[in-house]
Ligand binder design. Structure first.
Ligand code: SAH
Length: 383
């Protein structure tokens, strides 16, 4: 049964304007709360509906919309949402198939790695519906195996445990998969994130267009997606840096497997820039982790971005290319632009924007959900 809850009077009704979340403090909570994980229609005091969402009183974000209609997230509704989400992606063999609220499936993330799927349930409501989700995915895509990557720490906020396992219960060996023009090492049971940073694979190819004949620094390289694509595209040399030993091992393995010449080193990029002021490069990629997860982190994050971009600009030869990204939704592209302005000013260099880039279409942005817009990039030419 679809339960009903009401929004408090005078709360800023973001959710009525199209945002998919309602916070606990925005909802009138009497004695008879629906069970956590159930489907709830949310209305304002006059009865205007914000649609139906998954409810969890234990989470700060207590209601997350899956439909603008009054309907349960069960059976055909769930399967139709999954089908629509998968169809939206077309025939792509590697990429994100389902992205949570941006696909009206709050808390569900499904990534495709060829014949394998990696599945995460990050909300209680979605976790309770996992059996139906897995059954529907099996029917729609017939994957060889599905991995439940339920190790995200955000599960704790929903009162859920953390684990990783295959759906079949069988072990799954790492495998090689063609991503862009190179073979990448995919370890679904223990890699960072759900395997690769799928949101950057289009950029790997995009940036590689500039790589021929250039000396390349791939900073925050993870498994070397940018560096390997650049080496494949004919870079003169490639150096990749990441603080994760596991990621660097995978990157080295990737270079070897693809017969590409690229060097990968475990390093803290900030320290490396301090210790290597005399080097120079023709192409530098900066793809750091999100420095600002919380609002309070924004100032320090901007200082971090400025430091990195300044150092990179100083190491770039005349005519060199800087591909710089930020994946924090709290940092707008306007903020990144002012960081670049100030870095170029301190570096006494002219920086020209060649491209402004954006997260790929398989990570769709919902206009009324600013949190869904997180990845932006600038490709600059330094003179
Ligand atoms: N460029 C990668 C994705 C990078 S994600 C790709 O396209 O696939 C950010 C990476 O930064 C992670 O691999 C993480 O291990 C690494 N990292 C985080 N802090 C770091 C630091 N201070 N120095 C070096 N690497 C760092």
């Amino acid at each position: 049964m679809l339960a009903k809850l009401r929004l408090k009077a005078h709360t800023p009704a973001r959710v009525l304007a199209g945002h998919p979340w309602a916070f606990m403090g925005e909802i009138l909570t009497g004695v008879n709360l629906p069970p956590d994980g159930s489907c709830v229609e949310l209305t304002d005091l006059r009865g205007h509906s914000a649609g139906s969402g998954l409810w969890n009183s234990k989470s700060q974000i207590s209601w997350r919309r899956y439909s603008r209609r009054a309907e349960l997230l069960d059976g055909p509704v769930l399967e139709n949402l999954l089908r629509a989400s998968v169809l939206r992606r077309g025939e792509k063999r590697v990429g994100r198939l389902v992205w949570s609220e941006a696909d009206s499936l709050p808390g569900l993330i499904v990534d495709r790695y060829g014949d394998y799927l990696s599945v995460q349930a990050l909300t209680l409501g979605m976790d309770q519906r996992l059996p139906q989700v897995l059954q529907a995915l099996q029917a729609i895509l017939n994957p060889r195996e599905m991995v439940l990557r339920n190790d995200a720490s955000s599960r704790k906020l929903e009162g859920l445990d953390q684990y990783i396992k295959t759906v079949s219960g069988n072990p799954l060996q790492p495998f090689w998969l063609e991503v862009g023009k190179v073979q990448m090492y995919i370890d679904l049971l223990s890699g960072q994130k759900t395997g690769l940073y799928l949101d950057q694979i289009e950029q790997h190819q995009n940036v590689a267009r500039y790589a021929a004949g250039r000396t390349v620094l791939d900073a925050f390289c993870n498994q070397g997606g940018f560096g390997l694509a650049c080496a494949q595209a004919g870079a003169k040399s490639v150096l990749g840096l990441d603080s994760s030993t596991e990621a660097i091992d995978a990157a080295r393995r990737g270079a070897l497997h693809n017969g590409l010449s690229a060097r990968f080193e475990v390093a803290n990029v900030f320290d490396w820039f301090t210790e290597n002021r005399e080097q120079s490069f023709d192409l530098i990629i900066l793809d750091p982790p999100p420095f600002a997860r919380k609002k309070e982190d924004v100032k320090a994050a901007l200082r971090g971005y400025k430091e990195l971009n300044l150092r990179a600009m100083k190491l770039l030869n005349k005519g060199g290319i800087l591909a710089t990204y930020s994946c924090s939704h709290r940092i707008s592209d306007g903020m990144v632009l002012s960081v670049l302005e100030s870095a170029a000013s301190d570096a006494h260099r002219d920086a020209f924007i060649l491209e402004r880039t954006f997260q790929p279409a398989d990570h769709p942005v919902l206009v009324n959900f600013p949190e869904s817009l997180y990845l932006k990039g600038f490709i600059l030419e330094m003179r």
